[in-house]
Write a protein that binds this ligand. Structure first.
Ligand code: WAQ
Ligand code: MG
Length: 263
């Protein structure tokens, strides 16, 4: 069977004169069978035109045929949830999971004790790294072995694309944060050299975030920011001793993935 990749992005012009720029409003992507292309496309356009971030004046929809033999099927990461009283507690827990995973990753490949310092530095830097992602449209790709950012374009970041849930030809004009996130997180966790992912939504009314890795699975943290806060972002934590940045980015941006979410 042939499949089709559908991608939508919508933006709005903001500012005056010199300050004029395109602000991202909404994006979505699917991999569906031929019969669903039209309906899913219409649903994407509706989603762009009813987004809480504003009324778009530019919408781009791209439709590409892809061959079944180019698609890899992955089993969804197992999901757990962490309930917290406050967003501050949630954020601390999320940092804790990430620090533990990064430190395990660094130690596993360690040849001497130099990593003790790296681990401490990383834990101190993590909140600042998160802040740096706020204006980005994609994710930060951070190398835990060299403490360097590896995105070719720091302002944009890297975007994981060409992924969807298996057998999902469902038409859905309203964003389901969890369904989309489990698909993205599963693809990302399977990328060469990937250690962990950290995610906070940039949607002002969506406060649940997650941390994920092959070992952690997908850990939902029910509150990670204040309601109304439109600052969010993603960090992909990567280990350059395990793979090259090029092969990781190639996988994130090009490999076609369908995620078996059970159900
Ligand atoms: N690839 C890389 N980075 C991305 C991508 C992508 N395909 N899509 C979004 N980002 C970055 C971008 O910088 C956004 O600002 C940030 O991630 C957050 O994206 O279990 O809604 O789409 O209920 O706002 C988590 C669900 C929802 C938790 C996350 O993210 C749960 C969400 P958003
Ligand atoms: Mg968003």
């Amino acid at each position: 069977m042939d499949y089709y990749s559908l991608k939508m992005r919508a933006s709005q012009q903001v500012g005056e004169g010199e300050q004029k720029r395109e602000q991202h409003i909404s994006g979505a992507e699917r991999i569906v069978n031929r019969d669903s292309v039209e309906a899913v496309c219409a649903a994407m356009v509706r989603r762009a035109m009813t987004h809480s971030k504003g009324d778009p004046d530019f919408i781009n929809v791209k439709i590409e045929k892809i061959h079944e033999s180019d698609i890899q099927i992955l089993k969804a990461l197992p999901v757990t949830r962490v309930d917290v009283e406050t967003w501050q507690e949630g954020l601390e827990k999320a940092f804790g999971f990430i620090n533990k995973t990064v430190s395990d990753g660094l130690l596993r490949e360690a040849r001497n004790d130099e990593y003790g310092v790296l681990i401490k530095d990383f834990a101190q830097k993590l909140p600042e790294l998160l802040r740096e992602t706020f204006p980005m449209r994609g994710a930060m790709l951070y190398d835990i072995a060299t403490c360097e950012r590896l995105e070719p374009d720091h302002e944009r970041g890297v975007r994981a694309t060409y992924m969807d849930a298996l057998h999902s030809s469902e038409v859905d004009s309203c964003k389901n944060h969890f369904n989309e996130a489990i698909v993205l997180a599963t693809k990302v966790a399977n990328a060469p050299g990937m250690v962990a992912e950290f995610c906070v939504s940039d949607d002002p009314n969506y406060v649940t975030g997650y941390v994920a890795s092959k070992e952690l699975g997908y850990v939902r943290i029910m509150k990670m920011k204040e309601m109304g806060d439109e600052n969010g972002g993603r960090i992909f934590l990567f280990d350059s001793r395990k793979a090259s940045a090029e092969e990781c980015i190639e996988y994130l941006q090009k490999k076609k993935i369908l995620v078996d979410v059970g159900a």
